[in-house]
Write a protein that binds this ligand. Sequence first.
Ligand code: GTR
Length: 335
Amino acid sequence: MAMPPNPRLTRRGLLATAGALTLVGCDAPARPLFSADAHPQGYPTVKAVEAMGKMLEERTKGELSIRIYAGGQLGNESDTLEIAIFGGIDLNRVNLGALNPIAPVTAVLSLPFIFRSVAHARRAFDGAPGRAILDALRPKGLVGLCYYDSGARSFYNTRGPIRTPADLKGLKMRVQTSDLYVAMMAAAGANPTPMPLGEVYQGLMQGVVDGAENNWPSYENTRHYEAAPYYSLSDHVMAPEVLVMSAHRWEKLRPDQREAVIESARDSVPVMRALWDERESKAQERLLAKGVKVNDDVDKAAFATAMRPVWERFVTTDTMRRLVDEVQALEGGDA
Ligand code: GTR
């Protein structure tokens, strides 16, 4: 008899397991929370959820734990979110961009140039606007637990430095599967191509796309720099990573278990920040040593002006307008 090609858990297998366990009911020993991440073991988001798992085990005296399926094993972010909403995955760490199509209010924190600094972005994530956006996920079948840092995203490509929107003209640039990102990239001057992260390396190698945009650690981690060695410091988006839980699993937890989940997620945020800051500077250092061609003479004001119409197009409700105002009113110094 033919052996299965790969012993690792398949999505179908996972759904079957989750379904069977759901039928067993609340009195059965709790199975671990299954958690999906597109990034591999060792990436700060994965380590942060690992840290959360340890805290959760301690707080619940072993009743609850987390098992992470890293490296996109369970599918790309749009797929895993769908599975989480359906109840087949309990936790999902994704970029906020992946949630744009599910909960339009998430656009607020993904708008181009909305943050004046990392400190400003962190204040928004930690404060009332961030909380309101996490809470808005609940009617969509997801419980927003916390944000993790993702630094700033910049353009990179196979051809040369990007300094002004004119330099993006004619370039096919990969974006996340989000209308907001498509519109942003088009407004910046390029031809946007939505594509799951896992396909971009090959896409760059084969010339299906000429470039993409991401932060330093993802640019390094995905090895996109091998095909696209021009990294232009546009810093156009500082959308955070987000950890969500399936409302299905959430509903099955007791109040004290929910509290332990919330507290452990919250306490994993400073862990992630420390890991992130270190990883961001290390990635930059290593990539410079590898000969990546970085230009920091990007005309950010020109990109901010070009991309600004996206705000009006995606900020469509009074709630969103209020959130944008709240974010802008926060202090934005680097302190
Ligand atoms: C990374 C992020 C991933 C994924 C990726 C992408 O910065 O950590 O979750 O969203 O970007 O561009 O698809």
